[in-house]
Design a protein around this ligand. Sequence first.
Ligand code: FES
Length: 114
Amino acid sequence: MTQPAQPPYFQRHIFFCLNERTNGENCCAQHGAQQAFDHCKRQVKAAGLAGPGKVRVNKAGCLDRCQGAPVAVVYPDGVWYSYVDHDDIDEIIESHLKNGRVVERLLLPADVGR
Ligand code: FES
């Protein structure tokens, strides 16, 4: 017997890779990932977007796409971003997390891996 479909607990998650490497390989931590995560968390809350039925901002370990660092991914959409500064994060919040519109200019190219 199948369960009736339930609405998702959160509409969207955004995961920020916060991984740090000390062996000289590229990593998100060396490109301001923690500051971007903190900024996103603050702004999502301030915009009233945080909470059940809305958006959850999550930390993640290495997402295995380090050459695009710093990276973040939005689920369930499966949309990957490479950002530079807080303005980029603000645009992802306003356009994608709030209004469901992908920010094309920040998309991580499909062939970027570890
Ligand atoms: S260190 Fe961030 S994706 Fe690997």
